[in-house]
Design a protein around this ligand. Structure first.
Ligand code: ADP
Ligand code: MG
Length: 258
């Protein structure tokens, strides 16, 4: 069997309704190992719902998710699709790290404790193993000196870097970033982007929702524009920003960001 070009993640027809609103509408996507994808689009276009569906934080109504060639099993019961086996949820989530706009750190734990938590409780690592992983991941995001402090004492940029370290501690194969810098003061955006950039340079596969077009241009292999639950346009940054000049909706969106 040829191993060439098997996508790490393949989505077919992903659809998610909230009552009579279709938040995600038949999304097809293949992400190759090492690929960096940036998704942009107006507020309410379904970007977060799509990321959450990939990580199984949302139960999709239609479509399939295939990770490393294994389809996550959905079954239809009473006309609604349900995940077949709960252990599949854990298995897939362990492979996919997610970073949110609002860090979601555990306030009662130190920085080190936050990063150790996943390996300890989900992966059942020993304290020593979990500690070593956490120490390594905090070094990677440049926060070794903050191990023993509580999140409340950190800047927003530092909190987000801890959140990235916490996701990395699970050794994910795919990272999802949902507007990782939009809750930050402008002067703190750079340090978070630098951290994401160094991960990208190490070959991490990633999907990033962001409104920072400079970052998209610099980092992305592919840029996708999402609107009303659908992908409206996609291409390399160069193609995308060129093409967008001909598409009034995308041009309007990009102009509003400036
Ligand atoms: P984006 O991230 O692009 O701003 P979202 O994925 O958050 O968009 O939302 C897409 C649409 O789905 C929006 O209209 C939003 O109001 C709706 N939506 C998202 N989550 C829920 C929910 N839990 N219940 C009801 N509607 C939701
Ligand atoms: Mg969102």
């Amino acid at each position: 069997m040829s191993s060439a070009k098997e996508p790490l993640l393949k989505l077919t027809g992903i659809t998610k309704h909230f009552k009579n609103l279709t938040a995600v509408n038949g999304i097809n996507l293949e992400v190759q190992p090492g690929e960096k994808l940036v998704i942009i689009g107006p507020s309410g276009s379904g970007k977060s719902t799509l990321l959450r569906s990939i990580n199984l934080l949302e139960e999709i109504d239609d479509g399939t998710i295939t990770f490393e060639g294994h389809q996550v099993g959905y079954v239809t019961r009473l006309g609604k699709r349900h995940l077949d086996k709960p252990h599949q949820i854990c298995a897939l989530r362990a492979e996919i790290g997610m970073v949110f706009q609002h860090f979601h750190l555990f306030p009662h734990m130190t920085v080190l404790g936050n990063v150790m938590e996943g390996p300890l409780t989900v992966q059942k690592k020993t304290r020593e193993e979990a500690r070593q992983t956490a120490v390594d991941m905090l070094a990677k995001v440049g926060l070794s000196d903050k191990r023993d402090v509580f999140p409340a004492t950190l800047s927003g940029g530092q909190k987000q870097r801890v959140a990235i370290a916490r996701a990395l501690a699970m050794r994910p194969k795919l990272m999802l970033f949902d507007e990782p810098t939009s809750a930050l003061d402008p002067e703190l955006v750079g340090e978070v982007f630098d951290t994401i950039h160094s991960l990208a340079d190490e070959g991490m596969t990633m999907l990033i929702v962001t409104h920072h077009m400079g970052f998209a241009r610099e980092l992305a292999d592919r840029v996708i524009f999402m609107e009303s639950g659908r992908f409206l346009a996609e291409g390399t940054p160069q193609e995308f920003f060129c093409k967008s000049q001909d598409n009034e909706r995308i041009r309007g969106f990009l102009n509003r960001l400036l």
